[in-house]
Structures are given as C-alpha cells and as structure tokens.
Design a protein around this ligand. Structure first.
Ligand code: NAD
Length: 492
C-alpha cells in the first residue's frame, strides 16, 4: 500500500475512480502512518450507485430466495478463507487488538449465517376463511434499494448487521463506510465481487457528510440504516424521514454497570475492565460508569485500579497487547480534555491514562486506561459519552438508588449488573430502562439472531439491526384478500 493510494468506489460491478474534489487521509492510529486516501464522493456518484442498484433490483427480487442465499454461503466461505488478513486490516486501520478484530469478524460472519435462513425467516402468514370463501395472505416483499452509513469502531461487523439480510430479502444495497476505516469494506467488496453477485446488487460509495446527504436525498434509496453518534443519528433519522424513507438509527451510549457486594470480585473486575478498556473504550457497549453498592466500594476500587494499571497498551498486532490506540489525534485530545473536565468537576484520578508514551509508537494516538473516582451524577462527565478507555466510579447505598440513577440518564444502550442474587438480577432486568442488559456480562452484545436493542437517545426508530428485526426492516408487507367465484367447474 503506497501513501498516495486513493480508494475506489465499487458501482454496478466495476471499481471506479471517484471524481471527488476532496479526499481524507486514512491512518494507522498506532503509528499515524498514512494508509491511503478516501474520496468524499459527490452526489453524482451516489446517483450512479442508486440507479445501478435500482435497475439491478428488478431482476434480483425475482431470483428465488434459496438461490439468493447461495451467494451468501459463498461469501461466508470467502470470509473464512481470508479471515486472518481481514482481521489484520481491521487492526491496522482501527487500532483494536487482533483478538478483538477476530471477534468482530466472527460476529459479521454470524450475521451472514443467520441471513442464510431467509427462505424460512421471510415467510409471510395466511388465514383461510376470514369470511366464508375468502382467504387472506400476508406476503413479505423487498423494499428496493437500501443503504448503510457506518461508524468507525467496527469496520467489518456493523455493515453486516444489515447487508446480508437486505440482500437475502431481495433488496440491492449501498455501503458508505466510515471515512476513518474504509479499507476493511474495500476488502469485503473484493470478496463480494468474487461471489459472482450480479452487477449493481452491492455498491460501495466512500465519503463523508456530502455523500451521506446525497444518500438521504436520493429518491431511489428507500431504506437507510445508520450507526454512529447520537447527534448524527438524530439528524439522519429526521432527514431520512423527511425524504419519505424507512430509517433505523443506532446512536451513542453511556453505559452503567452496577456491582453488588455479593458479586464475585475477581470475575467482575476482569469483565468490567474488558468492557471499559477493550477496543480502547470505543465500543457502544463499553462500560463507562461503575456504580458500587454498599460494602464493595473499596475492594472494587482497588481491584479495578490494579487491573487498569497493569493493562498492556500498544499496537494491536504485537504479541500480548490488551489495548490499542484511540482512532485519531482529535479523539485522543477530546478524551484527555474530558478527563481534565472530570477532575475540574471534583472527581479524583485513581489511574491517569493521559499523555501515554508507548515505546516504539511515539506517534500513535494512545490514552491508557483511566479511572475517575467520585464522579457526581449531575456532572458533565457523568452524562457525556467519552468513547475512550475511561471508567468513572460512583457509590450508592442500594440497588434501588442505582437503578433510579440509571433510569435518569437519557441514554439506554446497555446496563449490566454483577451479583450472585437472582432476585436482584430479576429486579434489575425488569426495571432498568436500557435495551441490552447484562447479568454478570460486561458487553451485552446480542448474537446475530437477536436484535441489537438500544433505547432512548441510543436509538431512533422501531426496528433494530440483526435477526428478525432486520428481516422486517428490509421487507414490506403486502396483504392479499382473495375470493374466487364458485363457477370454476364449468370452465374445465
Ligand atoms: P459518527 O456519528 O461521527 O459517524 C458515523 C457515520 O456518519 C460516518 O459514516 C460518517 O461519515 C457519518 N457522518 C458523520 N458526521 C456526519 C454529519 N454531520 N452528517 C452526515 N453524516 C455524518 O460516529 P463515529 O465516530 O464514526 O462512531 C462512534 C459513535 O458510534 C459512538 O457514538 C458510538 O457509541 C456509536 N456507535 C453506536 C452503536 C450502536 O449500536 N448503538 C454501535 C457502534 C457505534
């Protein structure tokens, strides 16, 4: 890969040089080495992709579902064949450790596997004799052309929450990857090309806001899936709706975990540390606030501080590394600024990850694991998504108080409880206002056959990504009511 390599779009089965006048550098966040340049594709290129997809969809929807999924079976084989090289690309452009990259790729493949069940999943329903001699049938048909606008933190997995289902249901598709991590999808599209999918069925259009706005406005694009920060999610949701599109937007998060005194301390500490610092805290399911209840306060504080201090930080391809860099220099500065803000608001720094110096990677964008104690519920740091390896500690007297604090929050992506008490777990599961719940689990990421269920400011829409929700999102229902005259026998 040369420094000047410009990425190409993939439209109507062809790799094409973009006519963009603006491009953005793609860098390895561990080294700041330039990996390529991504074009900010203009509206004309979105139009070419949407038009090609719309024409292709006329034939694609007529391909029987059991034949459509043969391309997905092939894709699964190719993803398995190139698994290691894809995982390395994720680490190089996104910064997470190789093990984390392998984990996200595995979930991407799992979504392909689930979508292969479409001949069953896409079935409609029917009822005979809704009135005498009249039958009613509900059919699921594809929506048309659909698109995903993806974030940087899971370059492989997130487009796969949607794309395999969209294709299997008979839609054609446009992927707009994050401009920060476009290389993984470029590789995936080479594999999609290898499956022999008909031209125009899948299209890759690189870009940023200008490109996204063209997607939002394009009349041929009927459905949009978005994953990213909440302010942009809100914008996409309103703009897509204003243009008459079906839309689902998964937004940001500020995820709390509660530690009860009866939790297994060693297991809890290990799991919470992985949740807070894994992927350098750049997961929408990262633990961000730990609420300790009663007597567990001091022991948890001590244990999590030790684990945070011992975390091995570096380039994710190197042996034994537990945490990589954050995505950009801008992110590094923003995260350090928020830690400063936390201290100004009265929190005490137990472990300070600012100004991290990683030998051999002095140009990388590193923030080491950070622990802030005594975070005040009303403080800005308690309500702001940091999206970095920073865990805030709060102390409460009982589970009721902890649940009330969680439910005050505008966010609702994930909440977790650590306990050995079943009644406490049930109360938590029942009362907490969040869409993904973990009981002695730190990253409650739904498997591909369950919906990724954010709530409140963490989600705008009705149907989430993955599983049955994706099938519903990518199909529209048609109801047919039939009556047949009784004189048929006279004709034969
Ligand atoms: P982001 O919102 O900055 O960007 C996401 C996408 O939107 C990118 O493709 C980008 O090009 C585009 N975009 C950015 N600004 C835009 C604008 N003003 N107008 C139109 N398009 C715009 O998000 P990010 O920094 O790439 O990703 C991190 C965020 O994603 C975090 O907030 C994280 O919590 C969230 N996230 C949520 C989930 C979830 O399932 N809820 C999963 C992963 C990440």
């Amino acid at each position: 890969m040369t420094e000047t390599r410009s990425l190409q779009n993939y439209i109507n089965g062809q790799w094409c040089v973009s006519r963009a006048t603006e491009s953005i550098s793609v860098t390895n966040p561990a080294t700041s080495e330039q990996l390529g340049k991504v074009p900010v594709s203009p509206a004309t290129e979105v139009d070419r992709a949407a038009t090609a997809a719309s024409i292709a969809q006329q034939d694609w929807r007529r391909v029987p579902p059991q034949e459509r999924i043969q391309y997905l079976f092939k894709l699964k084989g190719l993803l398995e064949r190139d698994f290691e090289s894809l995982a390395q690309t994720i680490t190089i452009e996104c910064g997470k450790t190789l093990k984390e990259s392998q984990g996200e790729l595995r979930r991407a493949i799992e979504n392909v596997e689930v979508a292969c069940g479409i001949p069953t999943l896409m079935q409609g329903v029917n009822l005979e004799d809704i009135a005498q001699g009249i039958d009613e049938i509900m059919i699921r048909q594809p929506v048309g052309v659909a698109a995903v606008i993806a974030p940087f933190n899971f370059p492989a997995m997130i487009p796969f929450w949607f794309m395999p289902y969209a294709l299997a249901c008979g839609n054609t598709y446009i992927v707009k990857p994050s401009e920060k991590v476009p290389l993984t999808m470029e590789k995936v599209f080479h594999l999609l090309e290898e499956t022999g999918l008909p031209n125009g069925v899948v299209n890759l259009v690189h870009g940023a806001k200008e490109t996204v706005d063209a997607i939002l406005e394009h009349p041929l694009i009927r459905a949009i899936s978005f994953v990213g920060s909440s302010p942009v999610a809100r914008y996409i949701y309103s703009q897509a709706a204003a243009h008459g599109k079906r839309v689902q937007c998964q937004g940001g998060a500020k995820n709390p975990i509660i530690v009860l005194p009866d939790a297994d301390l060693e297991m809890t500490t290990r799991i919470v540390a992985d949740s807070a610092f894994g992927c350098a805290g750049q997961r929408c399911l990262a633990a961000s606030i730990a609420l300790t209840v009663g007597s567990v306060r001091d022991s948890f504080r001590e244990a999590i501080s030790t684990t945070a201090t011992e975390c091995k930080v570096g380039f994710g391809l190197d042996e034994g590394i537990q945490m990589g860099p954050v995505i950009t220099e801008g992110s590094q500065q923003r995260i350090e600024g928020l830690i400063d803000r936390g201290t100004q608001e009265g929190a005490q720094i137990l472990v300070d990850g600012r100004k991290a110096n990683i030998p051999g990677y002095e140009n990388g964008y590193f923030v080491r694991p950070t622990i802030l104690d005594g975070v005040e519920p009303e403080s800005a740091i308690a309500g702001t998504e940091i999206f970095g390896p920073v865990l805030g500690l709060m102390h409460v007297n009982d589970l009721e108080e902890a649940i009330a604090l969680i439910n005050q929050s505008p966010w609702g992506n994930m909440a977790c409880l650590f306990t050995s008490n079943g009644a406490a777990a049930r109360k938590f599961r029942y009362e907490v206002e969040a869409g993904n719940i973990g009981i002695n689990i730190g990253v409650a990421a739904p498997m591909a056959f369950f919906p990724f269920s954010g709530w409140k400011e963490s989600f705008f829409g009705d149907l989430h990504g993955q599983g049955h929700h994706a099938v519903e999102f990518f199909t529209q229902t048609k109801v047919v009511i039939e009556r047949w005259p009784k004189n048929w026998s006279r004709q034969f």
